[in-house]
Design a protein around this ligand. Structure first.
Ligand SMILES: [Zn+2]
Length: 286
């Protein structure tokens, strides 16, 4: 069945369900990856009273509305991060529908459209988890950055991307961040501008978006990050690595750039290759 025969609303409803299903995995990853726990076992528990959670407690939107912002087991105030992550996942899943439709010919087979869509959704949701973890714990999990980069290279052909471009993109993504911002400053005894996790995130960006896409994502992330830090400073606030993890990340930069780099990668994913030309990035030529 070709893509053009599928009524548009069906794609959007399916996307919202994909977003809800993925957000269950994403919120589990947000809770468990920083603590080094496996994703599924043991089953989820309340962070305060350790009561076992199940059913609707695992859907942050529902548990937030039912408990009016408090846990049903012990009345503890619910953390807003899982709720925000879930809403972001559903919004990303729905927003990727027009992006996928725009990138494919109307006569493309439906299974190919589904594959391209699910690959983009997996990337977007994993990046959202990474951004939330980096904002709170000041690190980007290798399982997401390097795992995502590997997935990007392996699925390049199926997504319609040249494998060579994906591999070159991964290398360019790493070197344009690791040399000037991570290893370079360390060699001269200066504080690095970015962490190694940020460089690994750029490997992922290059593997999925190619070299040009990675450069555009890096530029977008840097500009928006600096803008946010500038505005925060102007209004007398500071955006820093959270106090409780600052000792653990001694050699890392004090400004958490990861969420802004993720924002840049997501913007490039949503706006597509047209953004490269708009940003004036014409290298490399493929
Ligand atoms: Zn509880």
């Amino acid at each position: 069945m070709p893509l053009r025969d599928l009524p548009g609303p069906v794609f959007y409803v399916a996307a919202a369900l994909v977003g809800l299903a993925w957000s269950a995995v994403a919120t589990a990853a947000l809770r468990r990856l920083p603590r080094g726990l496996p994703l599924l076992r043991p089953g989820p528990t309340c962070p305060r009273c350790e009561a076992k959670l199940g059913g609707l407690d695992l859907v942050p939107i529902v548990s937030f509305l039912v408990g009016r912002g408090r846990a049903r087991c012990c009345g503890a105030r619910l953390d807003l991060s899982p709720l925000l992550l879930e809403l972001s996942c559903v919004a990303a899943a729905i927003g990727l529908v027009p992006v996928t439709l725009r990138s494919l010919e109307p006569w493309s087979p439906l299974h190919r459209a589904a594959f391209v869509y699910l690959a983009s959704a997996a990337l977007a949701h994993a990046l959202l988890v990474a951004a939330f973890i980096d904002a709170r714990h000041a690190y980007l999990p290798d399982a997401i950055t390097l795992g995502g980069a590997l997935l990007g290279v392996c699925t390049a052909g199926l997504r319609g991307q040249d494998l060579h471009a994906s591999l070159v993109g991964a290398c360019v993504g790493f070197f344009v961040t690791a040399l000037p911002f991570v290893y370079g400053p360390r060699m001269f005894g200066a504080r690095p501008g970015l962490g190694l996790g940020d460089a690994k995130l750029m490997i992922l960006a290059g593997a999925w978006l190619g070299a040009r896409g990675a450069l555009v994502a890096l530029g977008l992330g840097a500009v928006q990050g600096l803008l946010a830090f500038g505005i925060a400073r102007a209004v007398g606030r500071k955006i820093l690595v959270p106090e409780e993890v600052r000792d653990e990340v001694g050699g890392q930069p004090a400004l958490p750039f990861g969420p802004f780099l993720v924002l840049g990668v997501l913007e490039r994913l949503f706006l597509g290759p047209a953004l490269d030309a708009f940003a004036g990035v014409g290298w490399p030529p493929w």
